[in-house]
Ligand binder design. Sequence first.
Ligand code: BGC
Length: 764
Amino acid sequence: MKNNLILATTISTLFAITTMNAQKKTYLDKTKPIEERIDLLMKQMTLDEKVGQMNQYNGFWEVTGPAPKGGDAETKYEHLRKGWVGSMLSVRGAKNVKAVQKIAVEETRLGIPLIIGFDVIHGYKTLSPIPLAEAASWDLEAIKKSAQVAADEASAAGINWTFGPMVDVARDARWGRVMEGSGEDPFLGSKIAVARINGFQGEKVEDLLNVNTIAACAKHFAAYGFAEAGKEYNTVDISNSTLYNVVLPPFKAANDAGVRTYMNSFNILNGVPATGSSFLQRDILKEKWKFNGFVVSDWASVREMVNHGFAKDAADATAKAVIAGSDMDMEAHYYVAELVNLVKSGKVKESLIDDAVHRILRVKFELGLFDDPYKYCNEAREKAVIGSKTNNNVVLDMAKKSIVLLKNENNLLPLKKSGQKIALIGALANDKNSPLGSWRIASDDNTAVSVLEGMQQYKDNQLTFEKGTDVTIGKTTFVDELVFNTTDKSGFEAAKNIAKGADVVVMVLGEHGFQTGEGRSRTDLNLPGNQQELLEEIYKINPNIVLVLNNGRPLSIPWASEKIPAIVEAWQLGTQTGNAVAQVLYGDYNPSGKLPMSFPRNVGQCPIYYNNYNTGRPVNSDKNVFWSHYTDVEKTPLFPFGFGLSYTTFDYKNLKLNKVTFVKGETIEVSVEVTNSGNYDGKEVVQLYLHDVAASLARPVKELKGFELVKLKKGETKTITLTLTDKELGFFDNDGNYLVESGTFKIMVGGSSDRGLESSFELK
Ligand code: BGC
């Protein structure tokens, strides 16, 4: 009897194992459609395992050694082995990723591979310019290539998911994260979002199966860029019109381009934390836009809903986040602790868990992780790809294209290549760290080519260098507040000495690399520390100055813009910074960048942006104070959106429309002749702005609705045709409905948002 029982138990266990293996095999069957494979797998998953897929942990570093002992890491390790972790972030390196992946695949019951996320924001190790700088290129092909390089290197280091692109429209230079986005314009921002997504993921979902592509993440959904007063993590309180017409378009473009994930945001939007917003995540993203990938929370944003006063405790925050459509919990550790009980007690429907898990598994299948969980863990490939010459060439090209020439009086630039005495001044000129920007976790410190090194390659000039003044004092790190040098001016004299006898002084001034980015809001947009004083002192001695700006946000530099004859906006250009700057200064590359964000005259103008609404009193018609202006400074920006010079000049003429009256649905063709009228071959960004003169909701004074980057040899003329369709003519009402209304539209075509040829047409 006993023997029979044992036999029966053994047979049933064997049967269970065989059945499970058979089931396992079926979902691993590559020939089956992904949706079927997901269903087959989900049928076998327990509630704990499903919730595990929704849990994301930050990496721990003991993975390649023995199991970690104690604390957070030990818990994470245990959870990983139980199948309670669906994703990890910031584990990197083929060997490390393989170690964690091995635990997930070989030690858990179902062997579901992890998706490995990382902030590959402007490159992995070989860094491109910061995203705001790349946006200044208006060169979508170059931006796509730059993202391809980032994906190439990250995927070789075990990563298969980047937390990029950041597509937050931002109008306030005080906010430190403006460096991470594409600036103030939703149209340009949408185009760039698509370019970056195509660069990371490829053009179609099947491209994710390639070993050098990674899933992208449009973040931060939504409206994080509108933090009040530019203060990090601050309240966002905006109109529906701004939400639908300014904030959401780049996110929508990302969805149309097939972005596989979204990240929600830290902020509340009109009273509701984005992480707990069904309106954003369910109604708009998943229902209206039919997004079928998954949403990850921002770091601990599920937990932060308690601080916002929107949830009373961990369980409440978890329920609210899941019900609102936040599929994966990044580092709050709340889902893993609370969600199973919430489902068991009926507070959260299991169907919501199923939906979230389905989405997460879908992306894992699309990446090919079930077919080859170690596909990104090839150490030989890692060695060959990271830091390759080809990748360095791509980021160099991107860096040159990102530079914006803001001023060039008397053709001080380009510099002569020989016979000149050049004094190079400024601590940032000899800085190999700051140009890497603040999102550069996987890059090694001090690996940028400095401006000094770049300029030293032009050997036929006599180059001397003095730092003049340090920007910061003490050790600088990614997490700590910087301390600025406002006292030590001991280097001024030496700098003045080299300026004295120089033909030209090149001064590299601006922000420290860790002065922009997350947690780095400012209320002062001037040159930090002693740099303004140094600039003025040197100017007294030798005014023949080329000011090269290094910064991650628009700066207010009214004194410099008036006095200094040449100003080059060189942002933080990444690994190849010095080479790019030198090639532009010496004329081996003719700059063509245009500002993606307005530069204010002073911080009091912020937020300042070109596509503002008109006021009832826009001009000073009565010659008194009662018009929309400031009493102490002009109301225009110092440098407007879309502005940027070249070593050559461009003339615009013959702006034409193919008709003067159109009916809705027709394509409007706008053509213009552009001539390179100067002495260098060059590139120009031809920009088309539109204004809907009278509409059912007030429309901005102008909005970018088309652009083309045009190459013109000196003396050459080209006719550029830009088209407008209903997609560009309409706007969203306060309920999110898209309207195209009849009436008069004005257009302006030119090389900047503040000037151009004008015309108009009627829409019937
Ligand atoms: C940032 C995100 C980032 C995440 C993971 C958060 O603090 O807001 O943009 O992707 O950390 O590093």
